[in-house]
Design a binder for this molecule. Sequence first.
Ligand code: G6Q
Length: 547
Amino acid sequence: MTMTDLTQSPAWLKLQEHYSTIKDVQMRELFAEDPQRFNKFSITMPETLLLDYSKNRITDETMTLLCALARQSNIEQWRDKMFSGKAINITEHRSVLHNALRNCADTPVIVDGQDVMPNIKAVLAHIRRFSDQVHSGEWRGYNGKKITTIVNIGIGGSDLGPHLVCESMKAFAQEGLKAHFVSNVDATHLVETLKNIEPETTLFVIASKTFTTQETMLNAHSARSWFLEQVGDESAIEKHFVAVTTNIELAKEFGINEANMFEFWDWVGGRYSLWSSIGLSIALYLGMDHFEALLEGAYEMDQHFQKTPLEENIPVIMALLGVWYNNFFDAKSYGIMPYSQYLDRLPDYLQQLDMESNGKTTDRNNKRIHYSTGAVIWGKPGTNGQHAFFQLLHQGTQLIPADFIMPIESENSLEEHQEVLFSNCLAQTEAFMKGKTIDEVIAEMKQQGCTEETIEAIAPHKVFEGNKPTNTLLFQRLTPKTLGSLLAMYEHKVFVQGIIWNINSFDQWGVEYGKVLAGQILQDLSKTDPVNNHDASTNGLIDFFKS
Ligand code: G6Q
């Protein structure tokens, strides 16, 4: 049997059968039956994080069957292939080695007969040297002033990762430094950023794996023109523009001094690249020690993922639960609810990680898939979400599983705030699980002295069906290290799901297609005659724009 027959495979068929027996079981009954449910369905990674997955629609049998699905998919063998540098990105013939970037053990990792670790260490040393120089003032702007502002120009994988880390780690930032991220080709993004900064104290980091991405190149050229307009001296450029790229030649053509280029390699996918020199902005904004702590945290999660049995393996369990809801309960979207304002950008980051990796319809045997793959990932920090879209999660018709993520201690202690935040977080997951029955609503309304008439009219609206699954992830503090572990955990979750769905999580032909089409339309915009080489809608819109 090939993996194309996933839905006919023994483990899948058993899950299908099991689903019909469990689909109407209420979690509140499962909790009532088993006082040990929290202990049974939670995993602690010492000094890192706690995953409580007891508020899921699962029993012992569900987890046994899900782990059997993971084994049937050869998760462990695929994981080992990834870590050892096999070219598992089959459509681009590439290894997938973002893990090597945080390989704190320094064990060799061989690609095409060569150990990649010495090059990784050399680039890390370069990042340390450079960021230290910027912080100490050894590196200064063209007129001798200290750098106070970092502007990262990049998009997608060259923006979302470093942007998330810098935003979430504000409490650890170097004193006197500000970081900005410009990604959108809408001039507004660059112009509004430039309004608040001075060229003489600004360092632009041009972050692009290919150094060909239209938006980044245009933003970089416009930033360069702005800089030259104000400074008027080409030789000043090299003090204010550095590049992070795999394409040294194109970066040189842009005018960046080779000594100020930070290399990475084609075996680092864009959305997996924050651990590479794409993290330069992180090292600049937070300092190299914090960047290394981030790598260490990720390394610890890599170790956990590699060494822990599937049944106790945090990313594996999270992946399996995601498959359980996506493929058996038909849950098409998945919520990420950080109870930490610092993690405001986490849903955006995970959106790319998950949706670009697993938004696929062709399997690894080149066949069209007929089961559901990646879910729609979305979310916002609590408690704000509670006053907005949570209503649909509580009483809407769709099933939307969600992760609730929270540090126990805050980096900003104001009396009572953290307790209020935590009680809200727990109140939501408890309410999602328990719901409220019609009998409970009636009893409550009677106690409040409502009339029979009011009860009849209002009670049905106050019923919560409950049985909505959530995971809770807790850690002591949101530090570079815990953030590293958290992000690596989601990377491995996405990896495991991709293996189960038998897809290549590491290409992104949809993104490439958009890049090509935009280039063609841009050419049409410069033609004076009406265009007729597209569909009627696209032709009409192009002509309307030109007119
Ligand atoms: C990520 C994607 C995509 C990519 C951007 C930027 O996995 O491939 O988001 O990161 O398109 O590409 P460059 O870094 O090459 O500019």
